[in-house]
Design a protein around this ligand. Structure first.
Ligand SMILES: Cc1ncc(COP(=O)(O)O)c(C=O)c1O
Length: 399
């Protein structure tokens, strides 16, 4: 039988999807399942977004579109970046893709030859490792455990960049930890990046408008404008605008990068669909009340989760200030058992929790941190509180 390409030997289906699938199967058997597993925002965009999509449908040109992205979308993105404080970008600095995942994949294709090194912090978003694997890149991981608030230090970054990785992949606010770097922390990291001119930097900041406690969103180019020549800002409408299924990803960076992505688009996807483009323009340029309201709600939900976790002896959880994830260290449960089942690690924990209490969380090892698990907390408060009550009950029943 003919074989698959060798790169597929590395490719694995997403561990997060595996948990979601198991939860779905249990639900289909009639079990009452509460899912904290998938990172979905659980809200829909404002009516103006649907109105723009309907209008575009009525006016369908029936044509192919721009490989880079429609001018109207690029302009709406540039205006959005201006609001974030990322100024001075033109259409030539920008490109679009089918979600940030596609943009990141394209960037890996564009920047990494087999054997090149990509560096990033642990815990990481699962897909980083998988994309690196598929393009045959080596990974250089910077451990950022709970004891350092899941953030890398300037000294760690210095040590990693001294090894001359081709690419550093930065993520702020973070999936899976929800941690957000302060303005001063970003400035300190920017100083280190400035010392190493041979490394490209991707800033995967797709949760940029979801920050809490007034911490705000900060980018390294604001601290060190000279980094603009090699910093690529990645954004998406999935989480911040409640539009994961619409698949809109965006990037801004040096012209050569935006052009490379445009070239890859011309060979992969050709263009984002017209209707999706119209909806994306409306989301970025229209009223921002829905996303702003949701951000406030997520902040309140974050507090509900932290309060519940604080009541569980032994569970340690750094305080996230963005996105919609909490990433508690649950290693106090390892070595114990639940209903006769031994909990040796995070995977055992999540599997027993799902079976015993019907709560689906993602094991931290999916993100390179086996001491923890990820709770995605966007579900309605009633479900959220019930799920947390069950997690408390699960811990209380450990022997
Ligand atoms: C950090 C991070 N980057 C990128 C993505 C991909 O987002 P999109 O839906 O735009 O592909 C996700 C989705 O979970 C994410 O958490």
């Amino acid at each position: 039988m003919p074989q698959l390409a060798s790169r597929m030997g590395h490719a694995k289906p997403s561990a997060i999807m595996a948990v979601a699938e198991k939860a779905k199967a249990l639900k289909a058997q009639g079990r009452d399942i509460i899912s904290f597993s998938i990172g979905v925002p659980n809200f829909l965009p404002g009516e103006h977004v649907y109105a723009a999509a309907r209008d575009a449908l009525a006016k369908d040109s029936g044509q192919y579109g721009s490989n880079r992205g429609a001018d109207a979308l690029l302009d709406a993105f540039i205006a959005h970046m201006d609001r974030l404080g990322l100024t001075g970008y033109t259409r030539k600095n920008c490109a679009t893709g089918i979600g940030a995942k596609h943009i990141l994949y394209n960037l890996a294709e564009a920047l990494l030859d087999p054997g090149d090194t990509i560096a990033f912090a642990t815990p990481y978003w699962t897909t980083y490792v998988d994309i690196a694997d598929i393009v045959g890149a080596k990974t250089l991981l910077l451990p950022a455990p709970a004891s350092q608030n899941y953030k890398i230090t300037p000294a760690q970054l210095d040590g990693a960049l001294a090894q001359k990785p081709k690419l550093y992949l930065f993520n702020n606010p973070s999936n899976p930890t929800g941690m957000v770097y302060t303005k001063d922390e970003i400035a300190a990291l920017a100083d280190v990046f400035a010392k190493y001119p041979d490394t490209w930097i991707i800033s995967d900041d797709i949760y940029n408008t979801l920050t809490f406690d007034g911490i705000g969103y900060h980018n390294i180019v604001n601290a060190r404008p000279e980094l603009r020549d090699r910093m690529i800002f990645v954004d998406s409408l999935s989480k911040t605008y409640g539009m994961p299924g619409w698949r809109v990803g965006l990037l801004a960076g040096p012209e050569v990068i935006a052009q490379a992505i445009t070239t890859l688009n011309s060979n992969h996807i050709t263009n984002l669909p017209e209707i999706v483009t119209a909806a994306a323009v409306a989301a970025l340029s229209g009223p921002q009340d829905v996303p702003q309201q949701k951000c406030k709600e997520f902040e309140a939900k974050r507090d509900i989760v932290l309060d519940a976790l604080a009541q569980i002896p032994g569970v340690h959880c750094p305080r996230p200030q963005g996105a919609f994830y909490v990433f508690p260290d649950i290693s106090c449960a390892f070595g114990k058992s639940h209903g006769g089942k031994t909990i040796a690690n995070d995977v055992d924990f999540c599997s027993a929790l799902l079976e015993a209490e019907g709560v689906a969380c993602v094991p931290g090892s999916a993100f390179g941190e086996p001491s923890a698990l990820r709770i995605s907390y966007t579900c309605p408060d009633v479900q959220l509180k019930e799920g947390l009550r069950r997690i408390q009950a699960f811990f209380a029943a450990l022997t």
